[in-house]
Ligand binder design. Structure first.
Ligand code: PLP
Ligand code: COI
Length: 363
């Protein structure tokens, strides 16, 4: 049975002036729309009580299992306004499928693809005024579906009561400073995920475990940390919230293969899908960190970029580690491949380019 999401209007929505002021300069993840989705799952009963309700604090017992054992997953995708005023989402069925995989790993109940997309449609239809106008740069409405163990119970077992919610947040650039390259720190003290762990799931715990590495990076003047495989500390995995691509002089673009410890990014997969259209040769394999250091120093690696829904495609400037650094960028006009891929993706997402792969869904 499909879930329905009837609307309970927010009696005190943001004024038009307040909303427009936020949309003029949204930043990332700081402000939220007037409504949110909620639904409940109970063991034996399944999903019920779907709705779109006023955005506000959740009622949660201090004994809710998520607060103790982190039984939680989330997703991230964006709603884009096209020039004709319509609102679209990029590959939402891929986010639905990834959330189902994450749920299986975290022993949470799955939400069907139909209900997942239905919940996005219900929220965006209630808060359509919050989707930034077309032609306002790269602004969009970031959608954050999430699911957590809301049962008040301190025994360690999968919860019998689970809450699903979607909130929405107007989004500009993830990194303040626009398309400025980011500097990365190689984290050797910390790993993000290990074999058999939850690295491939989009669950809060992975982000909690990435923060110490990110802090260490910040202390060394870097924006983000690069995590290596936890068993040999040799191979590149990903950043705390983004996948990585290395661009070689001969036109290869290489990204770490999926090993079960990195997130299967939908942007990563889309880039692998469009690379040949841009005359590039995509490659997925294990990449020793030494290959990056050497390639950047010799000029064999001409660009590196990070990718993800929030950051789209963001060039990497310097790579630093304990005792050294390399910078493959020589001028601000570099990053030709990153910029070409970024524009190709954005053109599809904003309806300016042909959607050859059928990636867009109208909300
Ligand atoms: N890796 C991590 C750890 C992430 O959090 C994200 C962001 O969602 C990505 C990669 C990129 O995934 P996607 O392109 O699906 O947003
Ligand atoms: C995204 O890109 O959607 C993410 O979830 C990354 C980060 C904001 C956690």
């Amino acid at each position: 049975m499909t879930l329905s999401f009837p609307l309970t209007q927010n009696p005190a929505p943001a004024t038009d002036e307040a909303r427009e002021a936020i949309l003029a300069n949204p930043g990332f993840g700081k402000t939220f729309t007037d409504h949110m989705v909620t639904a409940t799952w109970t063991a034996g009963e399944g999903w019920h009580d779907g709705g779109v309700v006023p955005f506000g604090p959740l009622q949660l017992s201090p004994a809710a299992a998520v607060l103790h054992y982190a039984q939680e997953v989330f997703e991230g995708l964006k709603a884009y306004r096209h020039a004709d005023g319509s609102v679209w989402c990029f590959r939402p069925e891929a986010n639905a499928a990834r959330m189902q995989r994450s749920c299986r790993r975290l022993a949470l109940p799955e939400l069907s693809t139909e209900d997942f997309i239905g919940s996005l449609k219900a929220l965006v239809s209630a808060d359509e005024a919050w989707v930034p106008a077309a032609g306002t740069g790269e602004t969009s409405l970031y959608l954050r579906p999430f699911m957590f163990a809301s049962e008040a119970f301190l025994g360690v077992r999968p919860a019998n009561e689970v809450t699903y919610s979607v909130i929405a947040s107007p989004a500009g650039a993830y990194f303040s400073g626009g398309l400025k390259p980011v500097n990365l720190w190689i984290s050797t003290d910390y790993a993000r995920a290990g074999d058999g762990g939850t690295g491939a799931a989009k669950c809060g715990g992975n982000y909690a475990s990435s923060l110490a590495g990110q802090l260490e990076g910040n202390e060394h003047g870097c924006d983000q940390a690069v995590f290596l495989d936890s068993s040999t500390h040799t191979y590149i995995e990903e950043l705390g919230g983004m996948n990585l691509f290395l661009v070689y002089q001969d036109g290869r673009i290489v990204t770490p293969e999926i090993t079960g410890t990195i997130l299967e990014g939908i942007t990563r997969d889309s880039i692998l899908g469009i690379a040949t259209e841009l005359g590039l040769t995509p490659e997925e394999r294990r990449i020793p960190i030494q290959e990056w250091k050497d390639g950047a120093a010799s000029g064999d690696i001409v660009e590196v970029f990070a990718c993800g829904t929030a950051a789209v495609v963001t060039p990497v400037g310097e790579l630093r580690w304990d005792g050294g650094s390399v910078n493959h960028r020589t001028s601000a006009t570099d990053d030709k491949v990153a910029v070409a891929i970024r524009n190709q993706l954005l053109d599809v997402q904003y309806g300016r380019g042909e959607d050859k792969h059928g990636w867009m869904t109208r909300l």
